[in-house]
Ligand binder design. Structure first.
Ligand code: SAM
Length: 482
């Protein structure tokens, strides 16, 4: 999930929630007032790079990768700046999951060239578009001096040394690694929820998806490193941890214990000080009832599961090479519905995949009616380079994809509204994540990942409070503090 997600945004009863700005959510990230650029001093060569600015596009994995890259740069003695005009090093951490996401970095670079008035600085491109384009980037965008894919981030300090030594163009593009990206320092942007990577890359070959080509082979981090980091986070005062991976539930300890994901979940949940553990993204293929049993046994494991289905049609799922049928997916859902706590379920859906018929699409709608998701992230299929589906005919035109997407989102809006209305009068513990002074509203998040706005104070932020639900819209709830 990421900033490219098409989420329902029809909050018809609740005032806008205040979510702390992150690279992912800040609408003005990377935009610089032109005057600041006009006044910027000119420098001829990069020399010692002292200040940096990172703009991040895409999913939580990218947000967290940027946090770790910031840690590397801080360890090098560099200083972050709020405004890219003041930065010696500007990095764009890119996403190529859909065509529109991939284009963003090129439009950003184009705008940058127009605004920059010849100021010399180092521009680098990280992440999936960097990996996908490789050294072709230097031709498409000559102002770029560094391209580096996520599997090569540990080489970044060396690449920056080379730039400082006068090299004009450097790259880190090897995917041939069995290691995860470890950093001594990570500069976390969110003061409440700490992301923690447990597995990198992906070995699935879903026919629509570019991730295996951009993030490299699947590799699990050793449990001792994960648990050390989780304990450190608890010591630093983080009480909520989100375990991250493209296929988080495929994690297996590379150390001799070969422990599996459920064991890891339990051990993280038992760390003193950790009150909430979330994990994303789970793949249905690796999802067993033992995950549900773990949630039932450990109060710190949040009652929330994100389980991307992609389509409700077994024929489409087979063409997507997802490795499960509609019926097998529904069995997973049935096991989740049997849990003692009512677990909230969200999903990702792609509409208009190659050859999707009206009948296939109807099956997706019927699956949505059957499951009654609490949240759906829905996308129009976007053909991606080097994927197995790239060469398949894409029968659906953009207009038809758009119509199907709108129909699906309207159905989900009604489902969410109904499900949220059923919560009226119930009490939830929320972690307060923000405060909107103009409205006197605090915004909290429940363990089920529901956003609840309620009359509050600035000093509620960061605290756990109990709130009674008094109003419900499709995307958020209103409440009063108890
Ligand atoms: N690794 C996760 C999995 O396999 O379930 C998915 C991670 S991906 C960053 C997030 C979502 O983007 C996917 O679940 C899928 O719905 C969507 N997505 C991926 N490739 C896409 C494509 N080519 N066109 C449209 N949506 C796509």
């Amino acid at each position: 999930m990421g900033n490219e997600l098409v989420q329902l945004t029809l909050a018809n009863c609740a005032p806008p929630a205040v979510i702390p700005a992150t690279a992912e959510t800040h609408p003005a990230a990377g935009l610089v007032p032109e005057t600041a650029l006009r006044q910027a001093p000119r420098v001829a060569t990069p020399g010692k790079l002292q200040t940096f600015y990172i703009e991040t596009f895409g999913c939580q994995m990218n947000v967290h990768d940027s946090e770790k890259v910031q840690g590397l740069l801080l360890a090098r003695g560099m200083t972050p700046v709020e405004d890219h005009a003041q930065a010696d090093l500007v990095l764009y951490n890119t996403c190529s999951i859909r065509e529109k996401a991939a284009q963003k970095v090129f439009s950003r670079l184009g705008a940058f060239r127009k605004q920059n008035n010849g100021r010399r600085k180092v521009i680098g491109v990280l992440g999936c578009v960097a990996q996908q384009e490789g050294e072709r980037f230097f031709e498409r965008a000559p102002q770029v001096s560094l391209v580096c894919g996520s599997a090569s981030y540990s080489k970044l300090p060396g690449l920056l040394d080379q730039l400082e030594a006068g090299n004009r163009r450097v790259s880190g593009l090897s995917l041939d690694t069995d290691e995860c990206f470890e950093t001594e320092v990570t500069r976390r942007d969110n003061p409440f929820r700490a992301y923690l990577t447990i597995i990198e890359g992906c070995d699935q070959r879903c026919s629509f998806c570019v991730v295996p080509m951009t993030r490299g082979p699947q590799r699990s981090r050793p449990s001792d490193k994960i648990l050390d980091e989780a304990r450190r986070l608890a010591d630093e005062g983080y009480s909520e941890i989100q375990l991250l991976g493209q296929i988080v539930n495929a994690w297996q300890d590379p150390s001799p214990t070969r422990a599996g994901f459920v064991e890891l979940l339990s051990r993280v949940a038992e760390i003193p000080g950790i009150r909430r553990v979330r994990f994303t993204t789970s793949h249905p293929r690796f999802f067993g009832p033992d995950i549900v049993q773990a949630i039932d046994s450990h109060p710190a494991l949040c009652d929330q599961i994100h389980l991307p289905v992609q389509s409700g049609s077994s024929a489409v799922l087979a063409r997507m090479l997802r490795g499960y049928t509609r019926e097998e997916y529904l069995e997973r859902i049935a096991s989740i519905r049997k849990a003692r706590r009512a677990i909230s379920i969200s999903t990702d859906i792609i509409v208009g995949f190659c050859g999707e018929t009206r009948e296939d699409f109807e099956q997706t709608l019927s699956l949505m009616r059957e499951v009654e998701y609490d949240q759906v992230f829905s996308f129009k299929y976007s053909r991606r380079p080097n994927t197995p589906a790239e060469a398949s005919g894409d029968a659906l035109d953009e207009e038809e994809k758009g119509r199907r997407l709108a129909e699906l989102q309207e159905l989900q809006r009604q489902i969410q509204l109904r499900r949220n209305q059923a919560l009226l009068g119930q009490d939830f513990e929320v972690l307060v994540e923000g405060y909107q002074p103009r409205l006197g509203q605090a915004v909290g998040r429940s363990t089920t990942n529901r956003v609840i706005n309620f009359p509050g104070r600035l000093d509620d932020v960061g605290h756990y409070l109990t709130v009674k639900v008094t109003g419900a819209g499709p995307n958020s709830l209103l409440g009063v503090r108890l």
